[in-house]
Write a protein that binds this ligand. Structure first.
Ligand code: SAM
Length: 261
């Protein structure tokens, strides 16, 4: 924990708070329109109300975790309100993903790790033609989130029950290419690198991959460093909570940025 706090302080002092000094026009525009854009979108108010409701939902569920486990929850018995408060993307993170998808017009989104479905709902509302495929291994969370999507009429969300290891290759085979892949579960080195390598086979020049929790463990930091340095990655952005990679060919020289959210 102390290590993560020190890393956060370092990130705070070394990251860009706006586009000043960024020479790449693509990244400059991204920072100005997405990361340092504090404007609220129309849907944010309703999504915040839904978040607050979830933070008071006393439903208890039993979770079978297929991933690297949780550092937040000691047992498998969890209340929805505790997951909503401590186990899902924060308001800032979900709103940033929303703005990123909206700004870059991403229409085919894959989320690894649905949890209770709130972040998925943000993704589903981020664009007019957006389709969101979201994979979850815990049957209890899959059932809870599927009911949540029906309740909120999220007809462009396609929930998938199963292990990422089997379901991601199956899904990629079916849809062939993706606009944005958000990897938010099973935070081990091997799993992260294997999902990345698999996604490389289905990416286009405009595809984006977002890796959540890049500072969760030494393993995750190692994976993130290796991914940044991969020959096919042209731009990488470290937002501390997550890392984002781009494959745009117009960027002849590899560039890495630290951006403050
Ligand atoms: C951090 S939560 C996802 C949070 C959500 N994406 C958000 O932004 O709020 C991670 C989820 O991934 C699921 N998970 C972890 N490893 C998995 C695996 N190998 N296959 C399927 N689901 C997995 C867990 O059950 C958990 O619900």
């Amino acid at each position: 924990m102390i290590k993560k706090i020190i890393k956060y302080i370092k990130h705070y002092f070394t990251s860009k708070k706006n586009g000043h000094g960024i020479h790449s026009p693509f990244v400059y525009n991204l920072v100005e329109n997405v990361f340092s854009n504090k404007n609220a979108f129309y849907d944010f108010e309703e999504l915040l109300k839904i978040r607050i409701d979830l933070e008071h939902d006393n439903t208890e569920i039993i979770i079978d975790d297929l991933g690297a486990g949780s550092k937040t929850f000691p047992s498998n018995k969890r209340k929805i309100r505790d997951i909503a408060r401590r186990g899902i993307s924060s308001k800032t993170q979900s709103e940033t993903l929303f703005k990123l998808i909206n700004y870059l017009n991403c229409n085919t989104i894959i989320e690894l790790g649905t949890s209770i479905g709130l972040n998925t709902l943000y993704l589903s509302k981020s664009g007019k033609d957006t389709k969101v495929y979201t994979i979850e291994g815990s049957e209890a969370l899959y059932n809870y989130s599927s009911a949540f999507f029906s309740k909120h009429k999220a007809i462009n969300v396609f929930p998938v029950l199963g292990n990422f290891n089997n379901k991601l290759p199956e899904l990629l085979e079916k849809i062939q290419t993706f606009s944005l892949l958000y990897i938010d579960g099973n935070h081990t080195y091997n799993a992260t690198i294997s999902y990345f390598n698999l996604a490389l086979k289905h990416k286009t020049e405009s595809s984006i991959i977002v890796f959540d929790d890049i500072y969760w463990s030494d393993e995750m930091e190692k994976a993130w460093l290796e991914i940044q340095n991969h020959s096919e990655v042209s731009i990488s952005i470290d937002c501390f909570y997550f890392g984002i990679v781009f494959f745009r060919k117009e960027n002849k020289q590899k560039e890495h940025f630290r951006i403050y959210l």
